[in-house]
Design a protein around this ligand. Structure first.
Ligand code: ADE
Length: 243
């Protein structure tokens, strides 16, 4: 997969050189490029923003540097229309399901807005060259798209083939099947008078699976009851189905 990120703070994306994503890049599994929006300005001050038409607080990002930057990265993938992700609190919610969907794409381009956002005409123009998706990390406001991009690239990147060493670990994690993940424990079996649940030491794999499934359900009901509204109760142990 190819990923291009355009930002006025390219240094913000430095963590993408570390850990699993950094290794995926080194291994050639992820071809990631970060671009400085100011490199696409033509004036002496490298201006990227201006006052909003209609008045109001803050500044708006100018259309032309964005159009130049986006045109320069469009088609750097293998030919299919790239997906342009515009991080914004006004976008659709980023979920594990969307991460899986985006992990199938040939090229993703992330446009990190700052200030009050990007001139809307860029978004309209971009639709000719990209599949445009405004995406929100959650219902809160960040100072810009960079932190959202760090989160999304990590969530998407780890789903690419070969990035996570043991692909089994992707199967049993939170949100992979609509529930939160079960609690985990490691040695010692007693720590500060607290014991690991006995079933986990029983060696009975059927019982362990059943216990874990129940814990997933309990946790989800307690912390994220909204997830149960769309969850297929038939996938739960019988005792949890009607609770
Ligand atoms: N930019 C500012 N706030 C954001 C959010 N909640 N999600 C994605 N991008 C953002």
């Amino acid at each position: 997969m190819r990923i291009d990120v355009v930002s006025i703070f390219p240094e913000y994306l430095a963590p993408l050189e570390l850990s699993l994503i950094g290794k995926a890049r080194q291994d050639g599994l992820l071809d990631l490029h970060v671009h400085d929006l100011r490199a696409f300005t033509t004036d002496r001050h490298r201006t990227v923003d201006d006052t909003p038409y209609g008045g109001g607080a803050g500044m708006v990002m100018k259309a032309e540097p964005w159009a130049q930057a986006l045109a320069s990265v469009a088609g750097e993938g293998s030919g299919t229309k790239p997906v342009l992700i515009v991080p914004s609190p006004a976008g659709e919610r980023f979920t594990q399901a969307l991460a899986y969907e985006l992990a199938e794409e040939e090229q993703l381009v992330f446009a990190c807005g700052r200030y009050e956002g990007i001139d809307e005409r860029v978004i309209e123009w971009a639709a000719e060259h990209f599949t445009v998706r405004p995406v929100s990390l959650g219902d809160y406001v960040l100072n810009g798209g960079e932190v959202a991009v760090l989160a999304m690239v990590e969530a998407i990147g780890r789903l690419l083939p070969g990035v996570v060493g043991n692909p089994e670990s992707l199967v049993e994690e939170s949100h992979s099947d609509g529930l939160l993940e079960y609690p985990v424990y490691t040695k010692p079996s007693v720590w500060r008078d607290r014991e690991v649940p006995a079933v986990l030491l029983s060696g009975n794999h059927g019982k362990i699976a059943q216990w874990r499934r129940h814990q997933q359900y309990r946790r989800t009901a307690e912390r994220r009851p909204d997830l149960l509204e769309t969850f297929d109760a038939g996938k739960l142990p019988r005792a949890d189905r009607t609770a």
